[in-house]
Design a protein around this ligand. Sequence first.
Ligand code: ATP
Ligand code: MG
Length: 424
Amino acid sequence: MALTSRPRGTNDIIPGEIELWHELEEKIRQVCHAYGYKELRTPMFEHTELFQRGIGDTTDIVEKEMYTFVDRGKRSLTLRPEGTAPLVRAYIENNLGSGALPIKLFYYGPMFRYERPQAGRYRQFVQFGFEALGSSDPLLDVEAIALPLELYRSCGLSGFEVELNSIGCAECRTGYRNALTAYFEPQAAKLCGSCQGRLHRNPLRLLDCKVESCQAVAKDAPLITEYLCSDCADHFSQVQKYLDKLDIRYTLNPRLVRGLDYYTRTVFEVTSSELGSQNAIGAGGRYDGLVQELGGKETPAVGFAVGVDRLVLALRNQGKLQPSISGPAVYLVHFGGETKEKAAEIAHALRGRGLWVELDLGDRSIKAQMKAANRLNSQYVLVIGEEELSQNQAVLRNMSDGQEESVPLDELEPLTKIVGACAK
Ligand code: ATP
Ligand code: MG
């Protein structure tokens, strides 16, 4: 059992499915190029402290979801549960803030969280995320909303919605925290264990709790928008002004706070109507304090993370991104002996030119080889018969129209041209 089943909450992506991923990865690179984001790859694990400090130790991720282990050198390490803290660590460590700002970086790769697995919620999942560091311009917040929308659109996804809020800065949050504590305190008995523990340390977290009884209590909690300082209120109204200018539709959700402590000011989430209860296909926001929190210079920043597994699910539910079924450019049919040697030589040469070539390995009958070529959806079949070989010739059959022609084998250029053109 243990040998033939993967760990709970993980997935295999098999041929037939991987093509969708490749297409998406290509689209991600295209949209990042258009917005000027360059890829940065960080390790799959980091010092545990990075996430405790970066994400916040009263968050669900840090309290309940991290894969943390002690290595043989007795260091506490954690499989990355998200990509922003590692990226900011790399930004500081590699001194990437020394050039022109903002610097725009993106990442793509697996994240690990110990969650209750269900459709769209896994223990290993892929995020594509991007971060722009070094500008507090509200237009950058708007670009961080526009970029993923462009990605979703270019994939053909419809039925997505943007929810938007501002959770202010440290200054506005002091008053808001007090108001939240005063609101929740009398109802503390109705809260889950985690929320009772967070009530005094970080009451904002209570608004993001997924437990139903906590959500019921939080329903009438005071709203952050009533506590924004004038700078934050102004920033937020400029974000909305630019969104309106660019015709980007959104819904204001004054209860949206996000599950990570590093956010400041603008926060946003995109949901898809193609998904069930795990309907968030991406989320992000501004995090003006994180670089400094992790030991760098004060640097405003904004970013977004797309749940790629959920995007794939949504696209599949919508019937989009069907993999194109392509087969080998040519299948080499031979009669064993010298003809097999010739087939091996031709396959080697054509593969060296980047063409997908298959040939029979088991010395099967011609009928069986033709069947195999058909099953693979080969575009051409090259039959290398003994008699033809003695004249350095073979018969090339176009599988789509059944046309046959004789091609020379002493120089491969003509053959490469015909099968290569069709394979494109
Ligand atoms: P959720 O509210 O669904 O738990 P989150 O707030 O934890 O999401 P983020 O940490 O902001 O999500 O991650 C951004 C995106 O990554 C999410 O919108 C979602 O699409 C995806 N994501 C997060 N956790 C998982 C998971 N366990 N499995 C698959 N995708 C996930
Ligand atoms: Mg979560």
